[in-house]
Design a protein around this ligand. Structure first.
Ligand code: GDP
Length: 139
């Protein structure tokens, strides 16, 4: 059975464009409750740790540089079947392939500047949530 929480992060391209609020509105209207949220910025070292699973991929260095280039908005979200439903809501990694109405179709520019992150499993949702939030920041 899948869990009821996932982790997301509005990426630097979307925060810079000022569409963080519009993205959160779409997330809430899709039935997700915000359990924790903040605006912060990762160092290059922190981005390297967050994306460590991708360390062998050719775009790892570019990804870490981009994700530490500006403000981000990490959040923990709650809804039944959260991980899968949220992946559907954000759409394909490359916005060119994302379905109409998805967050990436609405707000992303390209495969690297793709507006938003969504955890790909319950286990990673928990690891990623713990990366940014203490227990006292969750309500
Ligand atoms: P996601 O789960 O849909 O975010 O996709 P992945 O886990 O496959 O990749 C993680 C992140 O790496 C993506 O969201 C993109 O920001 C970035 N990424 C994926 N593919 C590429 C690529 O070909 N080039 C670059 N520069 N970034 C990529």
């Amino acid at each position: 059975m899948s869990g009821n929480r996932t982790f997301t992060m509005i990426k630097p391209d979307a925060v810079e464009k000022g569409v963080g609020g519009a993205i959160l509105k779409q997330i809430q209207e899709a039935g997700f409750k915000i359990i924790a949220i903040k605006q912060t910025k990762m160092s290059l070292e922190q981005a390297g740790k967050f994306y460590f699973v991708h360390r062998e991929r050719p775009f790892y260095a570019d990804l870490c540089a981009f994700m530490s280039s500006g403000a981000i908005m990490p959040a923990i979200l709650e809804k039944e079947n959260a991980v899968d439903d949220f992946r559907k809501l954000i759409g394909a990694t490359n916005p060119a392939n994302a379905e109409a109405g998805t967050i990436r179709k609405n707000f992303a520019e390209s495969i690297d500047k793709n507006a938003i992150h969504g955890s790909d499993s319950d286990e990673n949702a928990q690891i990623e949530s713990n990366f940014f939030f203490s227990e006292t920041e969750r309500f």
